[in-house]
Design a protein around this ligand. Structure first.
Ligand code: PLP
Length: 431
């Protein structure tokens, strides 16, 4: 959902006379000076769990109590490249796929994405005419705003990025369709549920079109990064589209590769990452992985199995996260609405899940807002970081990450951010 706050008595700044704008600029400069004089040191940059969220999983530190899985395998030893069946079953339930589709690995799904892309570049996939690295040019479609690490990964690997708008229902399908008749376009990033940073949820209709559309590249991949599949903030719990089922039904079973992890469920640095994909892709992935590993950290996987028991255990655990972080998201909404509602200089999301609030300020002022905030002791993600190469063509997008600081800090930081947004807008409108 996107809005610019509740209807208030405020007049849109664009409707003010030059004299009124100048008077308001003087007032808001005063507010900003008062903000600076507080000597704040606050940080809204990274979407990390807060310490209280990590504490929810502290029992993991004394698990597992056994070192055998249910089949009797000794998890302390090598082997079991595709991960413990028990942990695969839990993820399969949460992701709406068959356990036979899942590979459970180490602590980072991002690493698995990197492995998939590098393997496609070096070796090609089961349906590649040749390795991507032997193509003159490889391009990926990037819905924007999106996840900065997806984009920096592609930049690092020499893959060109073409952008399409992210809508509240997922990527703009018409824009995607217009690009995939180019055989150089080999992939699409997609965070389908509570996307980073817009909070968008890809609908079943959009997912069906993406899975079914013809593409010039026979080895076109949708990297379906379901990092926030179970990270609900309200009772309105989004259900992820059935990517694997839709793709198989439309004759493109190898198109989607799904990723997820417990990074924002248990410990961000010591969780379990997974991929889920077609039988052919899974065999391909495991074959590549077999040259790089003898097996994953099954002790950690068993620890997670003992901690949760089953998928419902994960769901119950996520409700505890929600209780801790929903007030922080409400604080963001309150601060933005209170100061900016009705002024016509900003729009922001009120996400129903995930880790971020997407703030769009007056065109051409995002960098200035970030600079003003920095000088007032409030660290924000650099303007443009949700775009490939950090380049937001409108200089209007700011990603807010309220989970890590404590609630009082979120409140203080957001009150300050709202002042900076208004000041930057007034500077622009009076220049
Ligand atoms: N994917 C998305 C969309 C994310 O926002 C993040 C972390 O912020 C990750 C992946 C990282 O996942 P992992 O910790 O499993 O590597």
């Amino acid at each position: 959902m996107r809005h610019d706050g509740p209807v208030t008595n405020s007049t849109p700044l664009a409707d003010l006379s030059a004299d009124d704008l100048a008077a308001r600029l003087t007032t808001v400069r005063g507010d900003y000076d008062a903000l600076r004089s507080q000597g704040l040191k606050l940080d809204l940059t990274r979407g990390k769990p807060g310490a209280d969220q990590l504490d929810l999983s502290n029992d993991l530190l004394s698990l597992p109590t056994s070192y055998r899985d249910r089949s009797g395998t000794d998890v302390r030893n090598y082997g079991g490249l595709d991960g413990l069946p028990e942990i695969r079953e839990i993820f399969a339930d949460l992701l709406g796929v068959d356990a036979s589709a899942v590979v459970a690995g180490g602590n980072s799904s991002l690493t698995m994405m990197y492995q998939v892309i590098t393997a496609m570049l070096l070796k090609g996939g089961p349906d590649s005419p040749r390795p991507w690295g032997e193509e003159p040019v490889v391009k990926f479609i990037c819905p924007v705003p999106g996840y900065d690490r997806h984009f920096t990964m592609l930049a690092e690997l020499g893959i060109e990025m073409v952008t399409v708008p992210m809508t509240p229902d997922g990527p703009d399908v018409d824009a995607v369709r217009a690009l995939v008749d180019d055989p150089a376009v080999k992939g699409l990033w997609l965070v389908p549920t509570y996307a980073n940073p817009t909070g968008s949820v890809c609908t079943a209709e959009v997912a069906a079109e993406l899975m079914a559309m013809p593409t010039a590249a026979p080895d076109f991949r949708i990297l379906w990064d379901n990092a926030y599949a179970v990270h609900h903030l309200t009772d309105d719990e989004a259900k992820s589209a059935d990517a694997l089922g839709l793709a198989a039904a439309s004759g493109h079973p190898n198109r989607p590769i799904m990723f997820a992890s417990t990074s924002k469920i248990t410990f961000a640095g010591a969780g379990v990452g997974v991929i889920a994909t077609s039988p052919e892709n899974r065999a391909w992935y495991l074959q590549r992985l077999g040259f790089a590993a003898i097996g994953p950290d099954k002790v950690n996987q068993l620890r997670h199995v003992e901690f949760f028991g089953d998928a419902d255990g994960v769901r119950a655990h996520m409700r505890k996260h929600r209780d801790l972080i929903a007030p922080k998201f409400a604080a963001v909404e309150d601060a933005l609405s209170a100061r900016l509602g009705g002024l016509g200089i900003a729009e922001w999301t009120v996400p129903t899940g995930g880790y971020f609030v997407n703030l769009d300020v007056l065109d051409g002022t995002a960098s200035r807002v970030v600079q003003l905030a920095k000088e007032a002791g409030i660290a924000l993600t650099p303007a443009g970081s949700a775009f490939p190469h950090g380049d937001d063509p409108h200089d209007r997008n700011i990603r807010l990450a309220p989970t890590f600081p404590v609630l009082a800090e979120v409140e203080a930081a957001m009150a300050g951010v709202a002042v900076c947004v208004e000041l930057a807008a007034l500077e622009k409108l009076t220049s």
